[in-house]
Design a protein around this ligand. Structure first.
Ligand SMILES: NC(=O)C1=CN([C@@H]2O[C@H](COP(=O)(O)OP(=O)(O)OC[C@H]3O[C@@H](n4cnc5c(N)ncnc54)[C@H](O)[C@@H]3O)[C@@H](O)[C@H]2O)C=CC1
Ligand SMILES: O=C(O)C(=O)Cc1ccc(O)cc1
Length: 366
């Protein structure tokens, strides 16, 4: 029998999930979103089979519903579920970056027909909206699942099967643990990235050339500050206790660093940097897999934009999709380096072979 799956919120994450779930035979995918233009786009591009601008109407038809709106809206939608008369069993999940409030709302659901299992794919981008949705967004990424008291092992397996086309790796976590870990590894770094951008902007009044000097390091560390402010406002708000605790620790560490810098203790400064480097290098190791590391190739190029187009064209001819392209420190007419990122090792190695055959100098970091 056909299973009906509703995705509520068809932005970057909901749209990317829909693209994957649509691949499964015998699944009918419905979409709900507050934006009419998003629903029209989804229909026009075959991302879902049918669209609704009324949550209650759509959810009544569904066997499984994935809530993929901003976190505060997801909490509201869970509360709404309590007041929607359902005629069949409904398995509900979500994709929210903070889990505690969502899981609290889910535990307070009174309907016997609804079972909730929390979810969070640990992958995304700084882009937002349906037009940024990609089918391979979650490949090799961790997908956190948080079962509830009511959910059964069979329901967990059913959800995993539905998400299996994403090629993610599942990890079961308790919501409190999840929120603490993501505050350290995702939410707090975002706050620091935004604060670094503010600092640069403040200095720009004294040095108008600051933006022109912004080199690779500043761009790398502040990339996430260009993400969706509405989404991150919700994340900071919902995880504010853990963020505040991390800020307090950070302030103490910054004070210690200030003392170290003021003292001019070269050896201690070097030790501090070496310890950070050792830990960071270990995180990136593909064997450990602690960070979702993309498969990068560095390519030497000589003049842009011609060289850029040629490299991309060569890979496109072989249907290889590039996850990210970055030009590292290139100026016109001077040798530069292109960093191409791929989702998997196969694409990385095939691309290297193609580029080498076409006389490009390439390098893969071990
Ligand atoms: N962007 C990212 O990298 C990641 C985001 N997440 C989580 O995924 C969720 C969605 O984020 P994105 O897809 O990035 O955001 P997005 O802004 O791309 O998409 C959100 C969608 O929700 C819709 N929406 C807003 N209010 C609504 C309402 N009242 N009813 C129905 N639809 C509504 C919007 O129209 C939009 O289509 C958030 O909870 C976020 O925490 C999780 C992992 C990664
Ligand atoms: O853009 C990036 O590097 C991200 O880290 C994306 C991301 C944003 C929010 C999440 O909850 C999970 C992943």
């Amino acid at each position: 029998m056909k299973e009906t799956v509703l995705i509520a919120g068809l932005g970057l994450i909901g749209g990317s999930l829909a693209l994957n779930i649509k691949e499964i035979e015998n699944v009918h995918v419905l979409g709900y979103d507050a934006k009419r233009s998003t629903l029209d786009y989804c229909l026009m591009n075959g991302i879902v089979d049918n669209v609704y601008d009324d949550f209650a109407e759509a959810v009544k038809l569904a066997d499984i519903c994935i809530l993929a709106a901003p976190v505060s809206i997801t909490v509201e939608l869970i509360h709404q579920l309590n007041h929607i008369p359902l005629e069949k069993e409904l398995l509900v999940s979500d994709v929210g970056s903070v889990k505690s409030q969502i899981m609290e709302a889910a535990e307070s659901l009174t309907s016997d027909q609804i079972t909730f299992i929390g979810g969070h794919p640990m992958a995304g981008s700084h882009k937002k909206g349906i037009q940024a949705a990609k089918p391979y967004l979650f490949e090799n990424a961790i997908y956190v699942l948080s079962p509830t008291k009511k959910s059964t092992a069979e329901q967990l397996d059913r959800l995993k099967a539905l998400l299996s086309p994403t090629k993610c790796k599942f990890l079961i976590l308790d919501p409190e643990e999840h929120d603490e870990m993501t505050s350290v590894i995702s939410h707090f770094p975002h706050l620091i990235a935004s604060s670094l951008v503010h600092q640069a902007r403040n200095w720009q009044s004294k040095h108008p050339y600051i933006p022109k000097l912004a080199a690779g390091g500043f761009r790398d560390i502040t990339r996430i500050a260009s993400s969706n402010p509405l989404m991150w406002r919700d994340i900071f708000f919902q995880n504010r206790e853990k963020m505040s605790r991390l800020l307090a620790d950070w302030i103490v560490e910054m004070q210690q660093l200030k003392t170290l810098i003021d003292s001019g203790e070269k050896q201690q400064i070097q030790t501090y940097l070496e310890q950070a480097k050792d830990y960071r290098d270990g995180l990136d190791s593909k064997k450990k897999g602690a960070i979702l590391s993309y498969y990068d190739i560095y390519v030497d190029i000589f003049d842009q934009p011609g060289a850029l187009l040629k490299v991309i064209g060569l890979l496109a001819e072989h249907d290889i999709s590039i996850n990210n392209i970055e030009i590292l420190e290139i100026r016109e007419g001077i040798t530069g380096v292109l960093r191409l990122s791929f989702q998997n090792k196969n694409d990385q190695q095939l691309s290297q072979a193609i580029l080498n055959k076409n006389k490009y100098e390439t390098m893969i970091e071990e």
